[in-house]
Design a protein around this ligand. Structure first.
Ligand code: SAH
Length: 477
């Protein structure tokens, strides 16, 4: 390790910024955030710097840097940031500062730096610094973006609350180990989530007692939509809760890439269902949910797509209500929305589809309850979930009620994933297409004029080694 990260207290410290351009402005803003007293020296100041000077937030001195930098001024400065963009001048300033022992950073000149500034995730008072030791600043920034997504925006509130409770907690738990247990419990307790979510929480003393006595606390269930497969389609909230959960119960539909994001030490339980034995399985899923939650665990029930779209999410909540187990629901991108986006099919379109219907056609029950007359209407898009097995009934009924056999359709298999396949064709040919291309679940069928637009609007490039994209048209008269 070439650089040791340390956090410097800059409050009221006199810092010198040399140069008055956009880069200098960024550095000044960073110093001001930390409470520094900033003097900026340059021959010219860009508008942002000038306005900070006009309202007396910083001091500006319009002077040649070489003329300004006397030994005394260098020694008096706590830090120097050199942002003149002039290499020769930079070298001169660096040598002077080094000779006199004042810390200096020359922007974008690693060899002219005694210290470097990391990329920062600021959740004041929590600050995360990421450094590549000057090797790859863009990589450091990318890592920062990932951490940004992981840490809730209001995390600082939690640290502040903990800070304000410290004295009280110290009195209540004079022994170090019990204090530590308290804090462990505090940060994994639901109250921590409430603080971050800016919900109302009990007063300090009640709160401490509540957590202190809460060793057999009931856990909580997160019903989370995992989206159709691409892990980047998870919501930020889903990701956060996924990483908090102690136990994760997931469907077969949830992609391995999403499961990768689960906390390393969490227990992962696959509760995949296969057609036919739903009810038995559902009972044991309910049992697992209740068992773990009552044991005080944070249980994530992870479902493909959105939990409330053909996901039986509502039924699983009933049992939680009965058992008085609290829960949160995080919506996910449902397959119709994800697959249509990744196949370039606008679900609605001013010219081609005024509305969109999400239907399922996987068993006799679901087929029998469909209103074929309204499904067969023109200018609408039908998005069919679980439609492979009953595709023949689907197409023949639609045609019987007046839909043209030439109605465009698209089948999207493994939508949003590296092995996505899109087969375009026409309604009269649906079952044939499924058989010929050996389409497997999960697949969505989109029926309506918009399906043809996919040819033009497609953009997603699945892994070409796995799949290929094709269009087949019925050779009808
Ligand atoms: N709750 C889920 C749907 C569950 S029903 C959601 O909101 O998406 C299961 C059906 O969803 C599958 O049979 C298939 O029709 C569809 N599906 C889910 N993920 C899919 C994917 N990645 N590609 C294509 N279809 C998908």
């Amino acid at each position: 390790m070439k650089y040791l990260p340390i956090n410097i207290k800059l409050e009221h410290k006199h810092c010198l910024v040399l140069g008055g351009g956009a880069v200098a402005l960024r550095k000044i803003q960073m110093l001001l955030k930390a409470g520094a007293r900033v003097t900026c020296v340059a021959l010219e100041f860009e508008a942002g710097v000038a306005s900070l000077s006009e309202n007396n937030t910083i001091e500006t001195i319009e002077m040649d840097v070489r003329d300004y930098l006397t030994d005394k001024r260098i020694i008096e400065a706590f830090l120097i940031i050199s942002a003149t963009g002039d290499r020769d001048l930079g070298e001169y300033v660096f040598n002077q500062a080094q000779r006199l022992g004042t810390w200096i950073n020359t922007v974008d000149e690693k060899d002219l730096c005694q210290y470097i500034t990391p990329a920062i995730v600021d959740r004041d008072p929590i600050v995360v610094a990421i450094s590549s030791s000057g090797q790859a600043p863009v990589l450091a920034r990318r890592i920062r973006e990932q951490i940004e997504k992981l840490l809730p925006a209001q995390l600082g509130l939690l640290a502040e609350k903990a800070g304000s409770l410290r004295n009280l907690v110290k009195q209540r738990f004079p022994i170090f180990m019990s204090r530590r247990t308290f804090w462990e419990r505090f940060f994994s307790h639901r109250i921590s989530d409430d603080i971050v979510a800016q919900k109302k929480i009990p007063d300090d003393e009640t709160l401490i007692e509540h957590i202190a006595q809460d060793d057999s606390a009931t856990g909580e269930v997160y019903l989370i939509g995992a989206g159709p497969g691409d892990p980047e389609l998870l919501t930020i909230k889903a990701l956060r809760l996924l990483q908090q959960a102690d136990v994760v119960l997931h469907d077969q539909l949830v992609s391995p890439e999403v499961l990768e994001l689960v906390r390393r030490d969490a227990e992962l339980i696959s509760v995949g269902k296969s057609a036919g034995n739903h009810s038995v399985q559902q009972e044991s899923i309910n049992d697992l949910l209740v068992k773990h939650a009552l044991a005080g665990k944070r249980v994530c029930r992870l479902k493909g797509g959105d939990p409330f779209v053909f996901g039986r999410g509502g039924e699983e909540l009933e049992i939680l209500i009965q058992e008085k187990i609290s829960y949160q629901i995080v919506p996910g991108i449902t397959a119709a929305v994800g697959c249509s986006a990744y196949a370039g099919i606008p679900l609605t379109h001013r010219d081609h589809a005024r509305n969109v219907l999400f239907i399922t056609a996987h068993c006799k029950n679901s087929i029998d309850t469909l209103d074929w007359r309204s499904l067969a209407r023109e200018k609408q898009t039908i998005a069919v979930y679980m439609g492979l097995l009953k595709s023949d009934v689907l197409s023949s009924n639609l045609m019987r009620y007046g839909k043209s056999p030439q109605t465009p359709l698209a089948i999207v298999e493994n939508g949003t994933r590296a092995d996505q396949r899109v087969i375009r064709g026409e309604l009269g040919d649906l079952s044939h297409l499924i058989a010929e291309h050996k389409i497997k679940s999960p697949a969505m069928i989109f029926i309506g004029e918009v399906a043809a637009l996919s040819e033009r609007l497609k953009w997603f490039k699945p892994d070409q080694h796995i799949t290929g994209e094709q269009t087949y048209y019925l050779k009808s008269a």
